[in-house]
Design a binder for this molecule. Structure first.
Ligand SMILES: Nc1ncnc2c1ncn2[C@@H]1O[C@H](COP(=O)(O)OP(=O)(O)OP(=O)(O)O)[C@@H](O)[C@H]1O
Length: 317
């Protein structure tokens, strides 16, 4: 087995002279979940399209399942499953017929049993014999994912698989991703939901301004940024103002009547902070401890580029 399921090096892509990907490197070990995050327009779909052989890169090398996407397009396509923006779902067939068609196209043996198993797994037994044109958006998405699994691909690309799904359907998709990975499948995911990436991924890359701003496990990314703080909330504006005057190092949020004080959230720091608040006569109405989460990582990593002025446009194609 190859050491990486996906290996991307120096990947560049520009549209009409405007660089979208300015030389990105990614490594995805087999049997893991990798999430690609980034603000709207960061180039996530462009990356997925290149990795799935739908789009040619301008420069760089991309190997998927051990094959180069340009010279081994056929082998790459045989190894991957893709769900997302280009659903193969036929509206004029039922869910069951769509799955059966997929199984027949892939010459899958025992397709009846496989189809029944997938309908069950995706909670689609009840609407199985209704036309897909009557399905909700969430049901279509689940069917699309079920169809991708028919051929048991080794690597699956999920472009925003849970967007628009209700919490129960989202959990179904998460459970299925975990099961697939436990069976050795590699999952490449793009998502807008940071807690989804946090929960599911072994590794995460944050794409911003045409480059990978950071790459690592959720915990590694969280350690990159100093986001831990204690938040003091006030209801009385006068109490808030006198506290803000007493706590010079706090960041003030006038609209919310809240003060933010850097802290690692440890018991020792909290105790000394509370003692000190007592000693200066500050009485907050609410005290919450905040440890950095992926939202903080995302905001800080993507803010920096915004502040340094549209790095995307500064990248040479
Ligand atoms: N075919 C195209 N021609 C010209 N520009 C394009 C084309 N496809 C994408 N772009 C531009 O490239 C940039 C990256 O687009 P892409 O769809 O890859 O981003 P994304 O990260 O997937 O965004 P979103 O989160 O909004 O889906 C955007 O500015 C987009 O307008």
């Amino acid at each position: 087995m190859e050491s990486s399921a996906i290996e991307v090096s120096g990947l560049r892509k520009a549209y009409g002279g405007r660089a979208v990907l300015g030389g990105i490197d990614l490594t995805v070990p087999p049997g893991t979940v990798f999430s690609l995050l980034g603000p709207n327009g960061a180039g996530k779909t462009t990356t997925v399209n290149i990795l799935t052989t739908l789009l040619r890169a301008d420069a760089g090398t991309v190997r998927v399942a051990g094959h180069d996407v340009v010279t081994g397009t056929r082998q790459v396509r045989a190894a991957i499953g893709v769900t997302g923006q280009f659903a193969a779902v036929d509206e004029l067939l039922t869910g069951r017929e769509n799955l059966r068609m997929m199984a027949d196209l892939g010459r899958v043996r025992g397709s009846g049993k496989l189809v029944a198993r997938l309908l069950e797994r995706f909670d689609l037994v009840e609407p199985a014999d209704a036309l897909v044109s009557t399905y909700s958006g969430g049901m279509r998405r689940k069917l699309d994912l079920a169809m991708t699994l028919v051929g048991a691909p080794r690597i699956i690309f999920l472009d925003e698989p849970t967007t628009g799904l209700d919490p129960r359907s989202r959990r179904t998709v998460h459970d299925i991703v975990r099961e697939l990975v436990a069976e050795g499948t590699t999952v490449f995911l793009t998502t807008q939901y940071l807690e989804e990436a946090d929960e599911l991924s072994d590794r995460i890359a944050v794409l911003n301004g045409g480059t990978v701003a950071a790459q690592g496990s959720a915990d590694e990314l969280k350690r990159l940024i100093p986001g831990g703080h204690v938040r003091l909330r006030f209801t009385d504006p006068a109490a808030y103002r006198s506290a803000a005057a007493a706590l010079r190092e706090a960041t003030a949020d006038d609209a919310e009547l809240a003060l933010r004080i850097p802290s690692d959230g440890s018991q020792r720091e909290l105790r000394s902070l509370l003692d000190w608040l007592d000693s200066v006569g500050v009485e907050a109405d609410g005290v919450t401890v905040h440890t950095p989460d992926l939202d903080d990582v995302f905001l800080i990593l993507t803010e920096q580029t915004e502040r340094t002025g549209r790095a995307k446009e500064a990248i040479e194609p």
